[in-house]
Write a protein that binds this ligand. Structure first.
Ligand code: CTP
Ligand code: MG
Length: 232
């Protein structure tokens, strides 16, 4: 029986947020942002364990109260200089716990509003798939290509273009080997490493609420989304 695990890269510094703390620890709806992300993954009964990849010198994680799901999460202090390195180091660290065909769902620590039905749709669509895939949304805005001066060079067709979200769900061994073979500076997501080996990840409809908190205003938006999700 194949099992499901999650791995949450949480070793970034949040440079674009420009806060005193890495953004995964900023307060959101009365808790650290990371709390909401982990809560949503732990709420899915099919996910056996949630591994959290932290920077080697992380002093913030241990200061928080993870008691509500402490038996489901496992911190790994092995983050790297790029997101792909953090993910790769995390995958290596758990190699004795996973079988080659087990599923690993890699989910950004800074996507705290993942709706339960989007997560379930990803798992249900892919559980019998050979390769795996990711949550994504069709691009809705008109796309402009600009020059260095910020002047429009041309309008790009948005047909067939999708925005990648997370979780991204791949077989453990295939993902480990794909990341080993790929330049971490080029791998902004797991799917691109899999694609580099000639595989075709499947796109599964994501959700606009599953935003990545990057800039200060995103934090306000995330608070509103969490508030409305909790009321339902
Ligand atoms: N991440 C990581 N290790 C890194 C860089 C990023 O684990 N060396 C994680 C972040 O903690 C985040 C996710 O990857 O959960 C997505 O990255 P991003 O939004 O770019 O976060 P940061 O790198 O922290 O932000 P910035 O790029 O603004 O510095
Ligand atoms: Mg980054």
């Amino acid at each position: 029986m194949q099992k499901f695990f999650a791995l949450v890269p949480a070793a970034g510094s949040g440079a674009r947020m420009g806060a005193a703390l890495p953004k995964q620890y900023l307060a959101l709806a009365g808790r650290p942002l990371l709390y909401h992300t982990l809560k949503q993954l732990c709420a899915c009964a099919e996910i056996e364990r949630v591994f959290v990849v932290l920077a080697a010198g992380d002093r913030f994680f241990a200061q928080q109260d993870w008691q509500p799901f402490a038996d489901r999460i496992e911190p790994l202090y092995c983050g790297g200089a790029a997101r792909a390195v953090s993910v790769f180091n995390g995958l290596l660290a758990v190699r004795d716990l996973l079988a080659a065909d087990d599923w690993m769902l890699v989910h950004d620590a800074v996507r705290p509003c993942l709706p339960a039905d989007a997560l379930q749709r990803l798992i249900d669509t892919l559980r019998n798939d050979a390769v795996g895939g990711l949550l994504a949304l069709p691009v809705v805005d008109t796309l402009k290509r600009a020059d260095a001066a910020g002047l429009v060079m041309q309008t790009e067709p948005r047909e067939s273009l999708w925005q990648a979200q997370t979780p991204q769900m791949f077989r453990y061994r295939a993902l480990l080997e794909a990341l080993r073979a790929f330049d971490p500076a080029l791998a902004t997501d797991e799917a691109s490493a899999i694609e580099h080996l000639g595989q075709r990840p499947r796109l599964v409809n994501g959700d606009t609420r599953n935003l990545k908190v990057t800039y200060p205003h995103d934090l306000e938006l995330a608070a509103l989304i969490l508030n409305s999700m909790e009321k339902k």
